[in-house]
Ligand binder design. Structure first.
Ligand code: ADP
Ligand code: MG
Length: 707
């Protein structure tokens, strides 16, 4: 038996066919054990029970053929510097050509030797690069191993799982490794999903589920397989969601039991707050403040996410929460993702609280070493009431005397661990995280089961909606004219440039060149400023302050203005190469304008050609300013994998489950998980499952350490 002596927990390197090099590649995807490998599931299946015969192929068809290589080689084309790798093959019914552009590696590595049996999978087209006969252009391929050039195999005459390659490990190699590991699933893989849950929900056992998901039975309906709806696949998807759901439910239960600080929300606090408020809060701001104040008053620690679209006025809500904490004698830490934003918050809060006896300070790495040392001393002694800062706040030598409230602005910019590090600086501080990146409604409640939610769903009054226009690059003069007209009227403008990464380095040249071009050629009459991430902190701060005071009229900037910057007099934003930006990012950028009473314009300058997705992003921006609608579309366009990078959201990277495709299973599994945590069938089952989660959760799902 191939798997003799192997256990689920054995390191993959002990598996037949895995040496140190391959083990390392697997490790790069978090695959350390045999069990991890078994959970590396196919992303699609190919039905090779129905191989097409070359003679029957028609243009437009997507097909798999199994054919013998006749000849192959690299050919020059008429266009200088481009090559086509051309291959001829036959399956005895006919002959087919396959073509790849510039695929020099195929030649170099002598990938196709005459006589070898190869699967080709792709779209059949008329060959415009040759005789006009049928050809597959850029097909995927898989060379049948020598040993299996005939006879039973993992590759032929069956539904074949296709895996995402890992480094140099192709789908075919992974398939063979997994086939070698599968006996472990059958022989010794315990099913950790509680038996009562499996029975109640009629779920397939774990071993068979894994086997059938990797190597489906010949009778498995291909349609269901493709949609990940076979009983085997459902079982594995359920398992992932159930584990996450149970983990969240456990955390919620623990949080409910913990004791935190009971802040006092007295009449005095209310009066103080009223005095500093520069405007009447909106109804939404009042409502969320009440939710926050209720949490703070209660004996259990607050763990609340405050969502509000860009410009909805989260800052002032945070300030009010901070005042509640300070009035009860506690310290407050406010962490922001950039120095610009931290400084802006600091200056704003300082001026707002000027008449009150609080000590407010700013901790960013740009400050002088001696100042930082002194500031940290003051924080540790409890002399500072509110400290605003960047990551500098989470450094080991920052200690608080009485940290009572942690506020994290633009939380999606921080990793889970960074958040946690700050929270740990007090025994049981209340936590308020704020984000302007709306989580799609459909997912929010199910995924953030351990956080309470507050939403500001209303913009402050007197905002005129932003008008967004798509401007083709050839019409850029018109965009420049619009800016000129607005600036002449006393308003201000942003011109935003993408920072293009070249060879791993960030290229700031385009922004710098644009700055020079605008200041000398286009707007010699205006004051132009330049802002980018490489500037020293004081320079950045200087430019921002001049822009705020209106001394700089047009600010040329990279995306460093993306988060939180607040200059209400700026009413125009021109975004260069808008086709390069992600949808949420465009929305964040646009949120810098439309903050005053003047009508604002967002001009998206885009070059052609653009792909379909870029086009949809731009259209969406023109059509709506609703951040929730935008995030739903963004999720669809990008897919959940990219949308929820674990780093960004603290949402686990699912292996087989897909947040878009599997929402129903998510809700079902989550319900079952809460039920199981609240009312387990037996103590033993509960303990066994929690033990399993403890062991596996931290590595597989980075949510582990949050609360
Ligand atoms: P965000 O939610 O994006 O952080 P901010 O807190 O920066 O938004 O607020 C955006 C702008 O709206 C700021 O200029 C702020 O002073 C202003 N603002 C906030 N609340 C109100 C209100 N209730 N009435 C008028 N202006 C407000
Ligand atoms: Mg903000």
């Amino acid at each position: 038996m191939a798997a003799f002596g192997l256990k689920p927990s054995s390191e993959v390197k002990y598996l037949k066919g895995v040496g140190p090099a391959r083990a390392e590649m697997l490790a790069s995807r978090g695959i350390l054990t045999v069990e991890d490998l078994l959970y590396y599931t196919p992303f699609r299946y190919e039905d090779r029970t129905r191989l097409a015969r070359i003679r029957d192929l028609v243009p437009g068809q997507t097909a798999t053929v199994l054919a013998k290589v006749l000849t192959s080689g690299l050919m020059r084309t008429r266009k200088k510097g481009t090559y086509i790798y051309d291959l001829a093959c036959t399956d005895s019914s006919g002959m087919l050509r396959c073509k790849w552009f510039n695929a020099i590696y195929l030649e170099k590595n002598k990938v196709f030797r005459p006589g070898r049996q190869v699967f080709f999978y792709g779209r059949v087209e008329r060959d415009q690069y040759g005789t006009g006969n049928l050809a597959m252009i850029q097909p995927q391929f898989e060379i049948l191993p020598e040993a299996e050039q005939s006879g039973e195999s993992l590759e032929v005459n069956r539904v074949v799982p296709i895996y995402e390659g890992i480094g140099a490990l192709s789908s075919r190699v992974l398939r063979r490794l997994i086939a070698a590991a599968l006996p472990v699933a059958t022989e010794s893989l315990p099913d950790h999903l509680p038996a009562s849950v499996r029975q109640k929900n009629r779920l397939v056992d774990r071993g068979p589920a894994l086997r059938e998901t990797h190597f489906p039975d010949a009778k498995a309906p291909i349609e269901e397989l493709a949609n990940f709806r076979t009983p085997a696949q459902i079982r594995l998807i359920f398992e992932e969601f159930f584990s996450v759901g149970a983990g969240l439910a456990l955390k919620r239960r623990k949080a409910k039991a913990a004791t935190g600080i009971e802040f006092k929300v007295t009449e005095g606090v209310r009066e103080a707050i009223k005095k500093v408020l520069p405007f009447h809060p909106t109804a939404a701001q009042k409502r969320v403040l009440k939710e926050i104040a209720d949490d703070m008053r209660s004996p259990r620690p607050m763990n609340r996410l405050l969502q509000g679209d860009v410009g909805s006025g989260k800052t002032i809500v945070a300030v009010q929460a901070a005042m509640i904490a300070m009035e009860s004698g506690y310290q407050v830490a406010l962490m922001a993702p950039t120095e610009i934003l931290a400084t802006q918050h600091y200056l704003y809060i300082k001026s707002l609280l000027e008449a009150l006896p609080y000590k407010v300070d700013l901790l960013i790495s740009a400050r002088k070493a001696a100042e930082k040392v002194e500031l940290k001393r003051q924080i540790a002694q409890g002399n500072i009431n509110l400290v605003v800062g960047t990551h500098a706040l989470i450094e080991g030598d920052v200690q608080f005397a009485r940290l009572g409230l942690v506020i994290i602005d633009e939380q999606h910019r921080f990793g889970v661990m960074q958040r946690f590090k700050l929270i740990r600086k007090g025994p049981t501080p209340d936590v308020l995280v704020m984000t302007a990146t709306p989580i799609p409604r459909t997912l929010a409640l199910t995924l953030y089961g351990d956080l309470d939610f507050s939403v500001i769903d209303e913009l402050p009054p007197n905002r005129t909606p932003i008008e967004t226009r798509l401007v083709e690059d050839r019409d850029r003069e018109r965009a420049f004219e619009l800016i000129r007209a607005k600036v002449k009227m006393g308003q201000q403008a942003y011109v935003v440039y993408p920072v293009i990464e070249e060879g791993g380095k960030l290229d700031l040249k385009p922004a710098v060149r644009m700055y020079e071009h605008l200041s000398t050629n286009v707007y010699p009459e205006f004051k132009i400023g330049l802002l980018h991430g490489r500037l020293a902190s004081e320079e950045k701060e200087g430019v921002m302050q001049r822009f705020k005071r209106g001394e700089v009229q047009i600010l040329v900037s990279t995306t460093v203005v993306e988060v939180g910057v607040d200059v209400p007099n700026a009413s125009v934003m021109l975004i260069e190469h808008a086709e390069h930006f992600g949808l949420s990012q465009l929305h964040q950028l646009r949120g810098r304008i439309g903050r005053g009473s003047a009508k604002s314009f967002c001009l998206l300058l885009a070059e052609e050609p653009r792909n379909e997705i870029a086009e949809q992003r731009l259209r969406t921006m023109v059509d709506t300013t609703d951040g929730f609608a935008i995030s739903e579309i963004d999720l669809k366009l990008r897919g959940p994998g990219e949308f929820f990078g674990t780093r960004q959201w603290g949402i686990p990277a699912f292996r087989i489950a897909n947040l878009l495709r599997d929402q129903e299973i998510l809700e079902w599994a989550k319900r079952e998980a809460s039920e199981f945590v609240e009312r387990p069938a037996s103590r033993e089952e509960f303990d066994a499952f929690v033990g399993y989660l403890r062991e596996h959760w931290p590595r597989r799902y980075s949510l582990a350490q949050v609360a």
